[in-house]
Design a binder for this molecule. Structure first.
Ligand code: PBG
Length: 327
């Protein structure tokens, strides 16, 4: 028998106004970055089967979707390029061709939106190589880290020339951030920022993305992306990217790696982004389509959890839907 009255945490949950008053985590449309795909050789947008509601875009439909993002309050897009299969080669050379599909997309967005919309570009060779790996291969079939770095540098500089505000190296080669920073500076692009995919795991949650970009990959990326069993090496990866000159660091995927995200957020002096990847999106869409979960509610709950775990920015295919839900 206590002499004190019962402690009642439920007082702060009693109605919506009270719950909002005490909410620790608030999502805002400006938190979101929308990943987008521009494809070569199509004249109408093509829906990605395993990512309902997401499309491979033409240049015109890319502009329209970016316009919708802006209207919803989303100020940043992350652009991926899907070249014709016939343009892929062993080094992914179309990646740094100023007339390559990704660079044309960047140019078009920058022309249309200037500095209203931040254009982030994916800097990685996997969409452009005929073997689908993120770097060039040695004769023995392994990925050659140091031979890949100059190609990333050429790609990053071509993206900055095309008008990208943010370069996002996603290939997990050692030293990629430092190499790209030096190349951008040498080319007079000191103002172009780098969002480093720092803690990126060899994840099965990337499955639908492979369809989205028409990936040629056979095999896996386990010699360069991280082992899902490990959290500690993420802190090393983040530390190195900070030393090499990153402006943002990222954890990817998001929901299965919230523990990693929290640890990175606790130690990073830089903004920390998290990428809710294609498989996370697809699972929510599929569950909702079957009527097994409430799609919009799960969308907002997952995004809230990612922010609560420490993300400052969230890359998400739900960016427009979530931003609209917040209006
Ligand atoms: C590599 C890249 C990938 C994704 C983003 N950048 C694929 C991979 O590493 O295999 C995955 C994004 C997603 O699944 O939504 N260019």
């Amino acid at each position: 028998m206590s002499t004190f009255p019962v402690r009642r945490p439920r007082r702060l949950r009693q109605n919506a106004a009270m719950r909002e008053l005490v909410a620790e985590t608030r999502l805002h449309p400006a938190d979101f970055i929308l990943p987008l795909f521009i494809a070569e050789g199509i004249d109408t947008p093509r829906e990605i089967t395993s990512m309902p509601g997401q499309f491979q875009h033409t240049a015109d439909s890319l502009v329209r979707i970016a316009e919708s993002a802006l209207q919803a309050g989303v100020r940043c897009v992350d652009l991926f390029g899907v070249p014709l299969a016939s343009k892929k080669d062993a080094t992914g050379s179309v990646a740094w061709d100023p007339e390559g599909i990704l660079n044309l997309g960047i140019q078009r967005l920058r022309q249309e939106f200037g500095d209203e919309l931040l254009i982030m570009a994916d800097t990685c060779l996997d969409e452009f190589t005929d073997h689908g790996h993120c770097g060039v291969m040695r004769a023995d079939g392994t990925v050659d880290n140091d031979a890949t770095l100059p190609l990333y540098c050429d790609m990053a500089v071509s993206q900055a020339n095309a008008g990208a505000h943010i370069i996002s190296p996603s290939g997990m080669m050692d030293g990629q951030v430092g190499a790209i920073r030096a190349a951008l500076d040498a080319a007079g692009h000191e103002e172009v920022a780098i969002m480093a995919y720092s803690a990126k795991y060899a994840s099965a949650f990337f499955g639908p993305f492979r369809e989205a970009v028409g990936s040629s990959l056979e095999g896996n990326r386990r010699t360069y992306q991280q082992d899902p069993a490990n959290a500690r090496e993420s802190l090393l990866e983040v530390e190195l990217d900070i030393q090499e000159g990153a402006d943002f660091v990222m954890v990817k995927p998001a929901l299965p790696y919230l523990d990693v995200l929290r640890q990175v957020a606790d130690m990073s002096p830089l903004p920390v982004a998290a990428y809710q990847v294609s498989g996370e999106y697809a699972m929510i869409k599929a569950g909702a389509e079957k009527g097994w979960i409430d799609g919009p509610a799960v969308m907002m709950e997952s995004l809230t959890s990612i922010k609560r775990a420490g993300a400052d920015q969230i890359l998400t295919y739900f960016a427009i839907d979530a931003a609209k839900a917040l209006q």
